[in-house]
Design a protein around this ligand. Structure first.
Ligand code: F6R
Length: 612
């Protein structure tokens, strides 16, 4: 949520910033801006996409080997040219970009007004840059010290980068609850919200920790301090992903690329961790926490959005196989309802980005209460990955499309492995069934590939229902969370209102909505409730609804009654979500495209929600 990029070194900063902003645009895309220092300070800001900023800048001067850039997802102040970042302090000396929210900005603003500061924008960021200016001026401090003192006075979340017009040889940056990475190149320093703008320049990075401030100089010094003024030693790591993984690679949209990557990403998640021939699953995170996991009173799963849906599937898996009670919580609600958590609880944190503020806040609370935390995270080195006691990465590679696809199947794959390995260790699953399931899990990538090959048929169905104002998704058992996920995918990228329901709940209310305009997407692969699902389909048909059924290969009975069917390969029922979600992803993608929506950057959304 909001992307930050900065450069200081021997090269011209503008092309680096511009390309970096394009890479970070998935984090926010309502306005963008850059600031460069050459002889003078130049700031360009524009409402809209990074492309609009680039067009606006056109042939204007972009000289300067130090600069900062920002792509915004508005929190305080509407998206327009004025509220776009970077923001300049009242005396025109300091310029700053910010990702996060300064919660006490109102009080700070009133105090700053009294000392002569004037404000042009409605943003909390303009307050922060003026606070730094005030402290720098009053106490005659170096920029990094003024930033440090200012940050002791703010409450909230931030990743910031600041430049001083009078000192074009220095960048100062800091973070708390919002990510920031320093790139250490041969030709200079880079700063960014994640590694994607950095990887083509250098693989050497330092992940800044919470409440750290870094000062970077043109002569190559990097100093890190905490806000409480303790010197830290930078820990240089290697960026692990390849540049191809953050490019579209011939696809029109990242979302389509990421949907199609799923056979490979699921295989990558299984690689080295599961061997069906030898009958083992090995997860070092589970091994390290095994006693606590096996003796836990309860598993609590926290996450948001799609990750929460993956958590719901894990609830079925854990209760079914491990026989430990599970609660799945919206991370945003968990914290505010005084939850009962004990030291014998294990909290599973599910997150693609590893930066979701609501999930992080829930984990902080769980930690405080003494629970152990297990992370199921995609982004290596992210804040959630660092706060957990143990965990496993899903290894899906960078997910750029705002609608999560390959991260979801990665999360479900990993959670399935965790459930099966714990069940095996606990003896709550028979050896034969365990072997059967892991053999089948190994086959999932091939089966996902078979569903992807139905793309043309799914596109045809998308055309038939693209004008519907509403849609209903129904599923039972393991397919109920998939119905929720299908509805979320449709609403977030096509702006069609959609609801997911347990199929049997339909008759308790939603059935009133059904008429000939209502497409009802029914997940109809469950062997365990087959007859009941057929009854649900008949109930929809009897009221004129159009049924699109996701069925098992060769199912003739549902084919007879549904308007459209999409056949998917048979698998063990607990593994179905990994396959049944694929047609729903493709259906949403095609509908959104046909409706002229930007599938990678849906309105009002941003990837990596770093504000609560
Ligand atoms: C939906 C989507 C969001 C995220 C949610 C959590 O397609 O992407 O609902 O799943 O914001 O994000 P992470 O997984 O990064 O914590």
């Amino acid at each position: 949520m909001c992307g930050i990029v900065a450069y200081l070194g021997k090269k011209q900063a503008y092309p680096i910033l511009l390309k970096g902003l394009k890479r970070l645009e998935y984090r926010g895309y309502d306005s963008a801006g850059v600031a460069l220092i050459d002889e003078t300070l130049t700031v360009y800001k524009k409402k809209g996409k990074v492309q609009d900023l680039e067009t606006f800048i056109g042939e204007r001067s972009t000289a300067g080997s130090i600069g900062i850039g920002h792509t915004r997802w508005a929190t305080h102040g509407k998206p327009d040219d004025i509220n776009a970042h970077p923001h300049i302090s009242s005396n025109g000396r300091l310029v700053l970009v910010h990702n996060g929210i300064i919660e006490n900005y109102g009080l700070l603003k009133e105090a700053l007004k009294k000392t002569g500061h004037s404000f042009e924008t409605q943003t909390d960021t303009e307050v922060l840059v003026n606070l730094i200016e005030e402290i720098q001026k009053t106490d005659n401090l170096a920029l990094e010290e003024a930033v440090r003192v200012a940050l002791t006075k703010v409450r909230g979340a931030y990743a910031i980068v600041v430049m001083d017009k009078n000192d074009p040889d220095k960048l100062v940056a800091a973070r708390k609850s919002s990510p920031l990475v320093v790139g250490v190149g041969d030709d200079g320093f880079y700063l960014a919200s994640d590694g994607t703008p950095i990887v083509e320049h250098t693989r050497k990075v330092v992940y800044l920790k919470d409440e750290e401030i870094v000062t970077l100089t043109r002569s190559g010094e990097m100093d890190i301090k905490t806000i409480s003024n303790e010197i830290q030693h930078p820990f240089i790591q290697e960026l692990e992903f390849e540049i191809e993984t953050i490019e579209k690679g011939g696809y029109d949209y990242f979302m389509l690329k990421e949907i199609n990557e799923q056979p490979a990403t699921i295989r990558e998640c299984l690689r080295g961790r599961l061997n069906a021939d030898e009958g083992w699953i090995k997860l070092s995170g589970v091994d390290n926490l095994v006693n606590k996991l096996l003796n836990a009173d309860r598993f609590i799963i926290v996450g948001c959005g799609t990750s929460w849906h993956a958590g719901l599937i894990a609830e079925y898996l854990f209760e079914d196989f491990v026989r430990i009670p599970v609660e799945v919580e919206y991370a945003s609600e968990f914290r505010y309802r005084n939850p009962i958590i004990s030291e014998r609880d294990i909290v599973f944190a599910i997150s693609q980005s590893g930066e979701t503020a609501d999930t992080l806040a829930a984990l902080e609370l769980a930690k405080e209460k003494g629970a152990s935390i297990y992370g199921v995270v995609n982004v290596v080195g992210s804040s959630i990955a660092r706060i957990t006691d143990e965990g496993s990465y899903i290894h899906a590679g960078p997910e750029i499309g705002v609608a999560s696809t390959k991260a979801f199947t990665g999360q479900v794959t990993l959670l399935t492995m965790i459930a099966l390995t714990l069940a095996n260790k606990k003896g709550t699953i028979s050896n034969a069934y365990y072997r059967q399931l892991i053999t089948e899990l190994e086959q999932i990538p091939n089966k996902v590939q078979q569903v992807l090959e139905k793309n043309a048929q799914i596109e045809f169905i998308a055309k038939e229902i693209m004008d519907a104002p509403n849609a209903l998704y129904l599923g039972r058992g393991y397919n109920f969370p998939v119905a929720l996920e299908g509805a979320l995918k449709l609403k977030e990228i096509s702006y069609i209102h959609a609801e997911g329901y347990p199929a049997a709940e339909m008759k308790h209310g939603p059935i009133a909505l059904i008429d000939e305009n209502m497409p009802v997407i029914v997940m109809a692969t469950n062997r365990s409730a087959y007859e009941k699902i057929i009854s649900n389909i008949q109930e929809v048909k009897a009221r004129g609804g159009r049924v699109i059924a996701i069925i098992s290969e060769g199912d003739k009975e549902i084919k007879e009654i549904a308007d459209y069917t999409i056949e998917i390969p048979e698998t063990e029922e607990p593994l179905t979500p990994l396959i049944s979600v694929i047609p729903l992803q493709l259906l949403s993608y095609h509908i959104a495209l046909m409706r002229g929506c930007n599938v990678d950057q849906p309105r009002n959304l941003a990837k990596s929600v770093t504000v609560e």
